[in-house]
Design a protein around this ligand. Structure first.
Ligand code: 5CA
Length: 445
């Protein structure tokens, strides 16, 4: 993509309304614009990142055996009345009336609707187990939307739902999601720590929040530093291997990790040696939950068992804040000059900077490099604008692409261009244009 043709309205000034660094950088880099309180438009650069995150989430859900579908954003109030949540949700729910004065709502989550869909399609234990998910916009009329996409009113969520015959099956589904979450967040370049969360009236130990450590996070966290050193992507992983899944879950659930809601200082001090105690703040990027028959009973989602009994389905739900993650990744990865994208979610892999757009030799060399790299399947943002070098460097650092390739008249005379790894030592290394192409096409995408 040529920057001269790209819609990327960057800002020099820091917008006053933005309280935290990710919000400031997303506005400055031209990734999002606020449409109204807590509701954002995703501009081309931001939307590329959102889609990449979505794709990684999708791949790991598919690998864990879930199937993708798509439910609507607007739902009828009827099912919510049956589950009893229509009144419970209060003002957070956006209620809408259609032209026939029927009560509708903009979905804050989808337990009711998925339960209805499933009850109409599954009648017997042979139809189980199943896992279904979608990636869809939600609306919650938060009292205090803030921090940009981190606490929005409209936000993109991946929500998955599992359907099993009994508790034992549901526990295995829960554990597969637990591992899928660890792997998803690791692939996004994040260290997300599973923390015990409240299970509400159902009890048990099957509820975890996944929290990324960041000083601007809304949750207070207490955990064992061992979490920070563990690599979950190290080994080849097979979701069908129940024993392997259990091993990963056991490792993580045996270490202390709790938010202030469940924190027990005495236990923390006994369980974790002082040197390994971490106390800080974090951002909740995911939440998984087993809720048994809470929705299948009132909504009548029943199946027959092998011995011909009729029983309600055991369910769990599993949420990831996809749009929140864009902000979360920036909170975890930036410096004074701007964003530093992990390669897996970067909007482009490389920024190609022509230092002198009016110089014919520079333009020829850049056009050639651009052609070669695009041909090799690399996503390149090519700054071909006629602008001062300083401004080009600043905007490239601000938008945080993993690699920069700088082409100027002086270097070209010596047959070299300069390459920089954003987030590395920030030094520019000289090499021939061909060597640069070879380096970029060999390095992992
Ligand atoms: N029904 C369950 C799981 S499917 C559920 O809704 N869980 S949740 O309320 O915890 O939301 C799931 C994830 O969505 C959260 O972990 C968080 O990352 C994200 N999220 C929740 N509220 C917001 C919000 N206002 N803005 C951005 N992301 C949000």
């Amino acid at each position: 993509m040529r920057l001269s043709q790209y819609f990327m309205p960057t800002l020099k000034e820091t917008p006053k309304e933005a309280e935290i660094v990710s919000h400031r950088l997303m506005l400055r880099a031209g990734m999002v614009r606020q449409a109204s309180a807590g509701i954002y438009s995703w501009l081309p650069l931001g939307y590329r990142v959102l889609r990449k995150i979505e794709q990684i989430v999708r791949e790991e859900q598919d690998a864990a055996g879930c199937q993708e579908l798509l439910m609507p954003t607007i739902q009828s109030a009827d099912l919510w009345k049956q589950s009893g949540r229509y009144d419970d949700y209060g003002k957070e729910m956006l209620r809408i009336q259609d032209r026939h004065e029927r009560e509708m709502l903009y979905g804050p989550t989808n337990e009711e609707l998925i339960t209805e869909i499933f009850r109409n399609g599954a009648k017997s234990y042979r139809d189980l187990p199943k896992g279904l998910y979608h990636i869809q916009w939600k609306f919650r009329d938060e009292v205090r939307p803030r921090f940009g996409v981190m606490r929005g009113r409209e936000f993109l969520m991946k929500d998955a739902y599992s359907f099993d015959l009994d508790y034992e099956g549901a526990r295995r589904a829960y554990q597969r999601q637990f591992v899928a979450y660890l792997r998803t967040f690791a692939r996004l370049g994040l260290k997300a720590i599973p923390m015990e969360a409240d299970t509400g009236p159902i009890g048990g130990d099957l509820s975890h929040e996944f929290i990324v450590l960041a000083e601007t996070g809304e949750s207070e966290v207490y955990c064992d530093r061992d979490f920070l050193d563990h690599d979950v992507l190290g080994e080849d992983f097979d979701y069908k291997d129940d024993g392997g899944v259990q091993k990963v879950v056991d490792y993580f659930t045996n270490l202390y990790a709790r938010t202030d809601e469940k924190h027990d200082q005495a236990l923390f001090e006994t369980a974790v040696p002082e040197a390994r105690r971490y106390v800080g703040r974090g951002i909740e990027v995911g939440h998984i939950f087993y809720f048994g028959t809470k929705y299948s009973e009132p909504l009548g989602a029943l199946v027959t068992t092998p011995d011909d009994q009729t029983v309600p389905i055991h369910m769990g739900s599993y949420g990831i804040g996809v749009s929140r993650l864009v902000g979360g990744i920036i909170e975890a990865s930036h410096d004074d000059n701007g964003i530093i994208w992990p390669e897996s979610v970067a909007p482009f892999k490389l920024g190609l900077i022509n230092l002198r757009a009016t110089d014919a030799d520079c333009a020829t060399a850049c056009d050639r490099l651009y052609g070669q790299l695009v041909e090799a399947g690399i996503e390149v943002l090519y700054d071909d604008r006629d602008m001062p070098a300083g401004a080009k460097f600043a905007s490239m650092d601000l938008i945080g692409l993993p690699w920069q390739l700088v082409v100027g008249p002086r270097g070209l005379k010596n047959g070299v261009v300069e390459m920089k790894r954003r987030g590395g030592n920030e030094e520019r290394e000289e090499l021939s244009p061909d060597a640069a192409v070879a380096r970029l096409t060999n390095s992992a995408a």
